[in-house]
Write a protein that binds this ligand. Structure first.
Ligand code: GLU
Length: 305
């Protein structure tokens, strides 16, 4: 069997916190445990949200955790021609169309019954074309989604069937500031970089359904997906500022050792039976995705609970 290829894909939009650390640690272990290679991709296309210094900080955090990668890093901002080519291919295939609706237009047009998982579902206003329609803003491009259920197998979640049309509608793949949206860039990159295995947080499960459609429309084969649960606070809600500062940087400043953080994550991820300090490298031989519990893991505010 060919050795797997995985990736760490931080967005340089803020600092890495405990939740990111868990996803990156599992993604790294899942590949290293099978003798595969890891690539680092900086997802720096989120224009206004990208913060100066965040790329370097993310790299330092990953290294501090004991994670490594095998080739020089790749930055999405340096790969625009590749994404543009994919957009053109989708346009030719009739799977991408220009949309001049503003966010407000979409909100106003989509009434309550059309509220999807991530807000109002795009009502399809521009689907029939915008030729001759005056518009002040440059267009976005939307992906023409298939009406049927999208099905794929997730190594962690199992078989997934998700109706993108009903839950999300035609989504943006190219933004009016002339950059690809995440849903397009991630597919183009994972395919071009030869990524065989994508392990990430399960907040991206519905993205995997969208991406599956994009892979198919581009004639590319899917990677193996695995989406693992996020870390939540004591209130059961996704880890956020209100649960205190869980940035790796803050822990480091407090003198917490990387082995303590990794030990806690390994314990909560079913890889050892106590929060004993451990290095990422020491976990390679014990890692098995099957050991990782299906439930969310809870941060109680310390590395001993
Ligand atoms: N850059 C994304 C993030 O930091 C990860 C996207 C992915 O793994 O597909 O959340």
């Amino acid at each position: 069997m060919k050795a797997p290829v995985g990736r760490l894909a931080p967005s340089p939009t803020g600092v890495l916190h405990l939740g990111n650390a868990r996803s990156f640690l599992l993604a790294w272990l899942d590949i290293r445990a099978r003798g595969g290679s890891i690539l680092l991709r900086i997802e720096d296309l989120d224009g206004p949200r990208v913060r100066a210094g965040a790329e370097q900080a993310a790299i330092e955090d990953l290294q501090w955790l004991g994670l490594d990668w095998d080739v020089p890093l790749v930055r999405q901002s340096e790969r625009l021609p590749l994404y543009r080519q994919a957009l053109q291919q989708l346009q030719k295939a009739g799977r991408a169309y220009r949309c001049i609706c503003s966010r407000k237009d979409v909100e106003q047009a989509a009434s309550a019954p059309h509220l999807g998982e991530e807000g109002p579902i795009y009502p399809g206003t521009c689907k029939q074309g915008i030729a001759g329609v005056e518009h002040a803003l440059p267009p976005n491009y939307r992906f023409h989604v298939a009406p049927s259920n999208t099905r794929f197998h997730d190594r962690f979640v199992g078989d997934v069937a998700y109706n993108v049309a009903e839950q999300l509608g035609d989504f943006v793949i190219w933004k009016r500031d002339d950059e690809p949206a995440y849903q397009l860039a991630v597919v183009v990159d994972d395919a071009a970089m030869g990524i065989t295995d994508v392990l990430r947080g399960d907040d991206l499960l519905s993205s995997a359904a969208r991406q599956t459609q994009v892979y198919e429309a581009l004639g590319l084969s899917l990677p193996n997906f695995a989406h693992t649960p996020l870390i939540v606070g004591k209130d059961g809600r996704r880890l956020a500022k209100r649960h205190g500062d869980t940035s790796l940087h803050a822990f480091r400043e407090q003198g917490v050792a990387a082995e303590t953080v990794v030990g806690w994550l390994a314990w909560k991820s079913g890889l050892q039976d106590s929060p004993a300090p451990v290095t990422a490298a020491e976990l390679v031989s014990v890692f098995d995705l099957q050991k990782v519990p299906q439930r969310q893991i809870t941060w109680h505010g310390s590395f001993s609970a």
